[in-house]
Design a protein around this ligand. Structure first.
Ligand SMILES: [Zn+2]
Length: 470
C-alpha cells in the first residue's frame, strides 16, 4: 500500500513592535537577562495588561495580505499551563474568534500552482526562556529564568492540512516569511527565533480521505531542518504502518545534530489548557474604517511584484524570483532602471553580484555599467571596480584611475603589442599562415598577456587578422 503525507504548519512570528504586547517594556533582542521586564512581565499580583494597538494593526495587515477575513469582535483568552518561564501561570492568547480566519497563500512548486489555506491567525504573547547555564558564571549550577521575551507579541499563523510534500511546506514558509517581511511586521530572522515553526504530520493510504494519527514536531527554526524533519517523520510513520504497527498521537522534537525526531510527550500527557476569556482585557472591536485604512496602505506583495517584473521587464521567472527576494532588492532594481534602462543586463549584474548590491550608490553602479557598454571596461574589470567601490565607498572614476583599470582600445598601443607578439613567435606565424587556425587564440593570449589583460579583445582580434592574414 502507498501512503501520502498530510501536513499542516503552525508559524510563530515575532512582531516588529518597539514595545511588548501588554506593557511598555522593550522588545529588543540580545539585552542582559531580565533587562526588558516590569511587574506585568513578571505577572505580579495586582498588575493589569494594557493592549498595544500596533499589534492589532500588524495582525490585520498580515490577515489582509493573506486573503483572510478580519474578525470584528476580538476576545483575548487565558491559556493556562504551568511552566517556570511563565510566572503568571497562563499565557494571554486568542482562542475562539481569532483575529484572522479563512485565508490562503498561493505557491508554485515544480511548475505546479497550489493554494494553501490558512485556518487562522491569532495574537498572543511569548513566554520567557530558561537558561540551564548561568549566562556569566558557568560554575553556578542551577536553572535561570530570563523574562526578556515574556510578553513579546507574536502572531500564530496556522495553515490548513493542505500541504502534501516537504518541499511544498518549505515553499509555503518562504512565501509566508517574505510576505511578513514585505509588510514590515516581522524581521523574519529565524536564527534569533523571530520565526519558528511547528509541523503536524500524518500519513494516509493514497486515495483515502480520512486523516491518519497526527504527530506534532515542535520548534524548528531553519528551512533545512524543517524539510529534513518532515522527510524523516514521513519515512518513520510509513515504516511503522507498513510493519503492521500503529502510530501514536504525540509531540516530538527534532534533533538537528543527529537528524532524528524523538518523542517528547504523548497524548495522555498533553495539556488541558482550560482556556477562558481574560477578565482583565476588554473585547477589541475593529471597525470597517480601520481595516480600509490598513488595506489602502498595504505594499505591493511579493507574488504580484514577481508577476509584474516578468511582464514589465521581460525577465525570466528565475531572475524575477531573486529580484523580489526582499523589498530592498526589488526597489533598488526599480530605482536603477530609471538610470540604466536595460532591464535584463541590469538584472544579471544585480543577481551575480558577490556582495549586497543594495549597498552600492545607484549612480556608481550606473557609471560602471555604462563604461562596460562603451568598451572601456571588460566585465571582469567591472567586477573588480565594483568590489573596490563597495569596499571603499569611493566613486568608480577614482578607483579606475588609481588601479589603472581601463581597457586599452587605443589602436597604436595595441598594434605595438601585436607587433611584439608576432616578432617573438615567427614559427607560430608560419604555422598559422600554413593553416593552423587554432594558433589565432595563442596570439590573442600573447597580446592579452602583454597588456596585462587590459586590451579590448574585439579590437585586438580585428587588428591581428589584418597583421597575420587569413
Ligand atoms: Zn513589562
Amino acid at each position: 500500500m502507498n501512503y501520502e503525507p498530510v501536513i499542516g504548519l503552525e508559524v510563530h512570528a515575532q512582531l516588529l513592535t518597539r514595545t511588548k504586547l501588554f506593557c511598555s517594556c522593550s522588545t529588543q533582542f540580545g539585552n542582559e537577562p531580565n533587562a526588558n521586564t516590569c511587574p506585568v512581565c513578571f505577572g505580579l499580583p495586582g498588575v493589569l495588561p494594557v493592549l498595544n494597538r500596533r499589534v492589532v494593526e500588524f495582525a490585520i495587515r498580515a490577515g489582509l495580505a493573506t486573503n483572510c477575513q478580519i474578525t470584528r469582535k476580538n476576545i483575548f483568552a487565558r491559556k493556562n499551563y504551568f511552566y517556570p518561564d511563565l510566572p503568571k501561570g497562563y499565557q494571554i492568547s486568542q482562542y475562539e474568534n481569532p483575529i484572522c480566519t479563512k485565508g490562503w497563500i498561493d505557491i508554485e512548486v515544480k511548475g505546479e500552482k497550489r493554494r494553501i489555506g490558512l485556518t487562522r491567525i491569532h495574537m498572543e504573547e511569548d513566554a520567557g526562556k530558561l537558561l540551564h547555564e548561568h549566562p556569566v558564571s558557568r560554575s553556578k549550577a542551577a536553572s535561570w529564568v530570563d523574562l526578556n521575551r515574556a510578553g513579546v507579541p507574536l502572531l500564530e499563523i496556522v495553515s490548513e492540512p493542505d500541504i502534501r510534500l516537504p518541499e511544498e511546506g518549505v515553499v509555503y514558509l518562504k512565501e509566508l516569511r517574505r510576505i511578513l517581511m514585505y509588510l514590515d511586521v516581522c524581521d523574519g530572522n529565524m536564527e534569533e527565533g523571530s520565526l519558528r515553526c511547528d509541523a503536524n504530520i500524518s500519513i494516509r493510504p493514497v486515495g483515502t480521505k480520512k486523516f491518519g494519527t497526527k504527530v506534532e514536531i515542535k520548534n524548528m527554526n531553519s528551512f533545512r531542518h524543517i524539510e529534513k524533519a518532515l522527510y524523516y517523520e514521513i519515512k518513520r510513520q510509513t515504516e511503522v504502518l507498513k510493519g503492521g504497527g500503529t502510530t501514536a498521537q504525540e509531540t516530538r522534537l527534532w534533533d538537528p545534530e543527529r537528524e532524528v525526531s524523538e518523542s517528547m510527550r504523548s497524548k495522555e500527557e498533553a495539556h488541558d489548557y482550560r482556556y477562558f476569556p481574560d477578565p482583565d482585557l476588554l473585547p477589541v472591536e475593529i471597525d470597517e474604517r480601520w481595516i480600509e485604512k490598513i488595506q489602502s496602505n498595504l505594499p505591493e506583495l511579493p507574488q504580484k511584484k514577481r508577476d509584474r517584473f516578468i511582464k514589465q521587464f521581460q525577465l525570466s521567472p528565475a531572475q524575477a524570483e531573486v529580484l523580489i527576494e526582499t523589498g530592498e532588492i526589488a526597489s533598488f532594481f526599480e530605482q536603477m532602471l530609471q538610470k540604466y534602462p536595460d532591464s535584463k543586463k541590469l538584472a544579471n549584474w544585480i543577481i551575480n553580484s558577490p556582495f549586497p548590491v543594495t549597498k552600492l550608490n545607484p549612480d556608481h553602479l550606473t557609471k560602471v555599467l555604462t563604461l562596460v557598454d562603451a568598451g572601456t571596461l571588460s566585465s571582469n574589470m567591472a567586477k573588480e571596480v565594483l568590489q573596490k567601490v563597495y569596499e571603499t565607498g569611493r566613486p568608480p572614476e577614482e578607483v579606475i584611475e588609481k588601479e589603472g583599470l581601463t581597457q586599452v582600445s587605443d589602436t597604436a598601443a595595441l598594434e605595438a603589442a601585436i607587433n611584439e607578439a608576432i616578432s617573438e613567435n615567427p614559427k607560430e606565424v608560419e604555422r598559422f599562415r600554413g593553416g593552423e587556425e587554432k594558433l589565432f587564440a595563442f596570439f590573442l593570449g600573447q597580446v592579452m598577456k602583454k597588456t596585462k589583460g587590459k586590451a579590448n579583445p574585439k579590437i585586438v582580434a580585428d587588428l591581428l587578422r589584418k597583421k597575420i592574414g587569413r
